[in-house]
Write a protein that binds this ligand. Structure first.
Ligand code: ATP
Ligand code: MG
Length: 393
């Protein structure tokens, strides 16, 4: 069956008044962006309190559905068949034909729900529902009407034309990108940070990212892996400016000057400082990491506090309370998992100590960092200046 449109449903309750326009405009923009990658022409329109995608030409249905599943703000969407308004008898026939195609051997309990947007239509919605219901009962003897708990609702929307739909496809929920500012994601090649990026984007936040690599200790393939992860997150979040920072000299210097059991914490503090620099440069309102309490030594409450100590911006940690398994489930669903588990080296693991401190004390860490005074400013300056920015998505 050819569907002529999609009706887009979104959580309206949360967005009253002026916010509703901002929300809908952002939603429409993101839908256009997602559909621009699908073969075929699409018209995304806000009409009479509804958001529709019209598909006037031949198009790839499966691709269009996949694209809409990536647009935050969409709770569900319904493929719609549109017929000319040629009177109720023709509409009865059209609905029966629609059910034959969409629900072969229809034998469920059902009700017809009619919404009358065209106020000039000569019948009330109740009358239309009743007439169409009769036609369905006649055409499919095994079905039955149940207006209270129907297994299937057949919906009609009466406009200039008659819109028929009954199926609903789940969207990703959340808020449209662009409704909630921008944040800087610390994106590693691991499982957690791409999921963290996805989750913050789901709240309507645009994202940019920063990746720390340590050539020649980390390879080009490890970098490519992060680029691939950013591409996958960008399917949902829209374009990401990925900042690739050469972290080698800073890491080596810390390795030379500081106690080895504090390496990870001190490195993480420099990562945060650099990330915050680029966050400010890109007008971000916060940092985002994939940290989860207790997952590794650098993610105990004490370690998080020591890392957080250098940040002046809020640090968002969307997976903070999740078990690894829960994070993995999301990673699989959004398509980052297979890339994340590729076995390339990571800059943190190369310089990691055998027995890292699990309960760092902020003042002790600060004192250790003083051993870096001589050269760190210059190394930081070089790292910032040589950062490569790749626009993804
Ligand atoms: P992930 O799976 O996201 O790599 P992880 O469990 O391996 O997380 P860590 O290596 O301790 O945890 O890193 C914690 C967080 O710090 C990451 O989620 C990420 O946000 C950030 N991070 C770590 N390494 C890097 C890196 N090389 N580049 C950018 N961000 C990083
Ligand atoms: Mg990691």
């Amino acid at each position: 069956m050819v569907y002529h449109a999609f009706l887009i449903k979104y959580a309206e309750i949360a967005i009253k008044g002026k916010n509703r326009y901002l929300f809908e405009d952002a939603l429409v923009k993101q839908m256009r962006l997602a559909l621009s990658k699908v073969s075929g022409e699409f018209e995304v329109k806000k009409e009479q309190g509804r958001v529709y995608v019209f598909c006037p030409e031949e198009y790839d249905y499966d691709e269009a559905v996949e694209a809409l599943k990536t647009v935050f703000g969409i709770v569900e969407f319904c493929p719609v068949v549109i017929c000319e308004d040629q009177g109720i008898e023709q509409t009865q026939k059209d609905v029966v034909e629609y059910i034959r195609a969409a629900h072969p051997g229809f034998d469920k309990t059902f009700k017809v729900y009619t919404r009358r947007a065209n106020k000039h239509y000569p019948m009330t919605s109740m009358e239309v529902s009743a007439e169409v219901g009769h036609a369905i009962l006649e055409a499919f003897p095994d079905c039955r009407v149940d207006v209270h708990e129907p297994e299937q609702v057949i919906s009609l929307e009466i406009r200039e034309k008659i819109y028929i739909y009954s199926q609903s496809i789940k969207g990703p929920g959340g808020m449209p990108i662009g409704t909630n500012g921008r944040a800087m994601l610390l994106l590693s090649g691991g499982i957690d940070s791409p999921v963290a990026g996805y989750m913050i984007a789901k709240r309507g936040v645009s994202i940019d990212a920063v990746y720390f690599h340590a050539p020649p200790y980390t390879s080009e393939r490890a970098k490519q892996k992060v680029v691939d992860l950013a591409k996958q997150v960008a399917v949902y979040s829209g374009p990401i400016r990925l900042h690739v920072v050469n972290f080698t000299d800073i890491q080596l210097y810390i390795y030379d000057q500081c106690p080895h059991d504090e390496l990870t914490i001190i490195m993480r503090r420099y990562m945060m400082r650099i990330a915050e620099h680029f966050a400010k440069e890109n007008r971000c309102l916060g940092l985002v990491t994939g940290e989860s309490i207790g997952q590794v030594a650098s993610q105990t409450m004490q370690s998080l506090m020591a890392t957080n100590d250098v940040c002046t911006m809020p640090v968002y940690r969307p997976v903070i309370g999740f078990d690894k398994q829960e994070i993995v489930e999301i990673a699989r669903r959004i398509g980052t998992f297979e890339t994340s588990i590729l076995p390339y080296e990571d800059c943190c693991t190369i310089f990691v100590a055998k027995h890292p401190v699990t309960k760092p004390v902020v003042n002790v860490i600060r004192a250790s960092e003083r051993k870096l005074e001589e050269k760190i400013d210059e190394l930081m300056e070089t790292a910032l200046r040589t950062t490569e920015v790749i626009t993804i998505g």
